[in-house]
Design a protein around this ligand. Structure first.
Ligand code: GTP
Ligand code: MG
Length: 324
């Protein structure tokens, strides 16, 4: 989704590129040395302008407006980059492009009026000096944009337009096994800024709907209290994506966590996310509890069809709620 943002050159690199291209410019031979030098100087100035201005404007155009992004991405970027610096950088780059453009016109018309070859050369050099110094002035801003590019490109490439379920629960309760069972294709892994493991994206598909299924190893699998503020916000960003959280419990406790611990995490997620939570007990083949929760075995597939119909019906309610 964000892969089209180009690498941002350093200001020295743009200056080099600008001079390299201007140097190659030639004009047709003319017996009138003055006319020829004037044409040549103007042509070089325009080339230098085109190279630098096109480069800068391409950056301004390809970086997203953070405020127009989906709230999921917006909330992640709020934590990951300095929004003021980001905006300031883009507007400085835009300013530099405009400034170089108007200087080019100004110097071209000065050169048109000169009567001596040396004056044409002098104005050409003056333009070069000023354009280069404008580019040097935005060195920090260009560097910042390049940093922002690296951050933005690492954002998980999710489908914000699809109904989405997020699978939560302690490690080893069977989240991955469930995602693999209900996903039509092999799930993909996308990086997520607050976990080294990455999130897993699968899709459930039948003839009527397509649902995005997100497994969150390392994110929704331990008490949120154990997280620092930034991590917590990063995890909570998932609420903008999830239409439904499916919380898996393992009553057999073979996952290594007691039901008491698991219930505590469940309560915490219900409290913090403000997203409907479907509670599901997994591994019924090992232990069938007394509770009234939905029960499945992700391993054998028992109860998974019933779970899917429940999920689809809840997603449908959610859709009707948001439409009414
Ligand atoms: N008996 C039984 N074992 C299961 C079931 N579902 C998952 N398991 C097993 O439980 C173990 C953990 O399953 P995973 O799907 O990797 O668990 P997870 O929640 O994704 O774990 P993390 O990725 O570490 O958070 C694996 O050995 C699974 O084969 C089930 O329904 N019954
Ligand atoms: Mg897993």
């Amino acid at each position: 989704m964000f892969t089209k943002i180009p690498t941002v050159l350093k200001s020295e690199e743009i200056i080099d590129k600008m001079f390299r291209r201007a140097k190659k410019v030639e004009v047709g031979y003319s017996k009138n040395r003055l006319a020829m030098e004037k044409n040549l100087s103007i042509a070089k100035i325009y080339t230098a302008r085109d190279v630098s201005v096109t480069t800068l404007r391409k950056y301004v155009k390809s970086f997203p407006y953070i405020n127009k992004l989906h709230p999921f991405y917006r909330s992640l970027l709020d934590i990951l980059i300095d929004k003021n610096m980001y905006k300031k950088s883009l507007s400085s780059v835009n300013w530099a492009a405009n400034r170089i453009e108007s200087l080019a016109s100004k110097y071209a018309s000065k050169i048109k009026g000169v009567g001596k070859v040396e004056d044409a050369l002098k104005f050409r050099r003056q333009f070069y000096g000023r354009a280069a110094s404008i580019l040097k002035d935005i060195r920090k801003e260009l560097d910042y944009l390049n940093h922002a590019r690296d951050v933005i490109r690492k954002l998980p490439d999710v489908r914000v337009d699809l109904p989405t379920i997020v699978i939560a629960g302690y490690p080893n309760v069977g989240k991955s096994e469930l995602v693999a069972r209900i996903s039509s294709a092999k799930p993909e892994i996308a990086s997520y800024p607050f976990t080294t493991k990455g999130i897993v994206l699968g899709h459930y598909e039948d003839s009527n709907v397509r649902v995005q299924v997100i497994d969150t190893p390392g994110l929704l699998d331990r008490p949120i209290e154990e997280r620092n503020n930034i991590e917590r916000q990063g995890i909570l960003a998932l609420r903008y994506l999830a239409n439904l959280i499916v919380f898996l419990l393992d009553p057999s406790e073979t996952c290594g966590y007691t039901m008491e611990e698991q219930e505590r995490l469940l309560e915490e997620i219900k409290r913090d996310f403000h997203v409907p939570v479907l509670e599901v007990e997994n591994k019924v083949d090992l232990k069938n509890s007394e509770s009234s929760r939905l029960k499945i075995s992700a391993r054998s597939g028992d109860g998974v069809d019933a779970l899917m119909s429940e999920i689809l019906s809840l997603l449908n309610d959610d859709k009707e709620d948001s439409e009414s």
